[in-house]
Design a protein around this ligand. Sequence first.
Ligand code: PNS
Length: 164
Amino acid sequence: MKKGIYPGSFDPITNGHLDIIHRGSRICDKLIVSVLNNPNKKSLFTVEERVRMIEESVKDYDNVEVDHFSGLLINYAKEQKADAIIKGLRAVSDFEYEFQMALMNKKLAKEVEKVFLMTSNKTSFLSSSLLKEVAKFGGCIEGLLPDRVKEAVYDKLKENEGGR
Ligand code: PNS
């Protein structure tokens, strides 16, 4: 596959995302990891911070680039002349929503294929939201995300607590 796009909120990137990036990079000549800029969704990190953390985490991959986008994913995918949108599927709970989005995106542009990669056993329970909640209430998030990102999560939570 020539060009794939792996979109998401990545607030922040986890080892589950990195697993999909690793496997996506093996089936695409070029993989663009793209952060959705969604002003309506409250996020822990800014888009720039999320892009920087991903860039740092994927710096060893020659064929992975990091970008951000606003608006409809399918329009961005067409602008980028992507062959496919890559998504990770964790469980049955992800399936319904992903299936609905895939069909809508297919209606909007059938030339962009959707490729779903099943998450690995080790990361199938992981989500950025769960991870932030666990960290916020003092649970251990060791080994679930890159160390630098873990530190950034703790710093940001502390910063937010101070601002209250
Ligand atoms: O990491 P997430 O939050 O699960 O990623 C969801 C994302 C960004 C892939 C999805 O919300 C998306 O594609 N948003 C862009 C807006 C859009 O295209 N909406 C119509 C979907 S059919």
